[in-house]
Design a protein around this ligand. Structure first.
Ligand SMILES: [Ca+2]
Ligand SMILES: [Ca+2]
Length: 167
């Protein structure tokens, strides 16, 4: 028996075929959920994430958010939101720890944990598009890194990646 989770932070979740569909709507209504997808995730793109989002319609809006991670080629290392960036030093990365690791995987997961266990920093993971949630830092010349995009309606979200017909 898996304990009821306080929070789910799903970064580029997929693919559809592994987890039976019926189980997603067994997620407890009290669970807080943040889902992030990458605009250049050519392995799984967004279909699993969108399907998961639609299955948890009963979770209140204030307890869930859907985010799109944009690639940013302004400087070096380039910040490509491919499927591997959550690995920290994933395939195709030009550096090990970079802004995507800090402001996506680290920020969202620590923010979610602090929110559900300590009752603070909720705006970092579940901010409804708050500055704290979408901020991605700055390049060395001061230009802001492309912020995360808070997605109100994932079904109509446009990405540059393509969903496989398998997933
Ligand atoms: Ca929300
Ligand atoms: Ca990295």
């Amino acid at each position: 028996m898996i304990p009821v989770p306080y929070a789910i932070v799903a970064v580029e979740p997929g693919p559809l075929g592994i987890i039976p569909w019926g189980l997603f709507n067994h997620i407890a209504p009290s669970t807080r959920v943040v889902i992030a997808v990458g605009d250049e995730d050519d392995l799984i793109c967004s279909s699993t994430a969108v399907r998961l989002w639609n299955k948890i319609f009963y979770i209140p809006d204030e307890n869930k958010d859907f985010l799109l991670v944009l690639s940013d080629y302004h400087g070096f290392p380039k910040l490509v939101s491919n499927h591997y960036f959550p690995n920290t030093s994933g395939h195709g990365d030009e550096s090990a720890v970079d802004a995507r690791d800090f402001y996506v995987t680290f920020k969202l997961s620590v923010g979610a944990l602090n929110c559900v266990f300590k009752g603070n920093q909720c705006e970092y993971a579940f901010g409804n598009g708050s500055e704290e949630q979408v901020y991605m830092g700055e390049w060395s010349d001061g230009q802001p890194v492309e912020p995360l995009v808070w997605i109100d309606d994932p079904d109509s979200m446009e990405t540059t990646c393509e969903n496989s017909s398998l997933w």
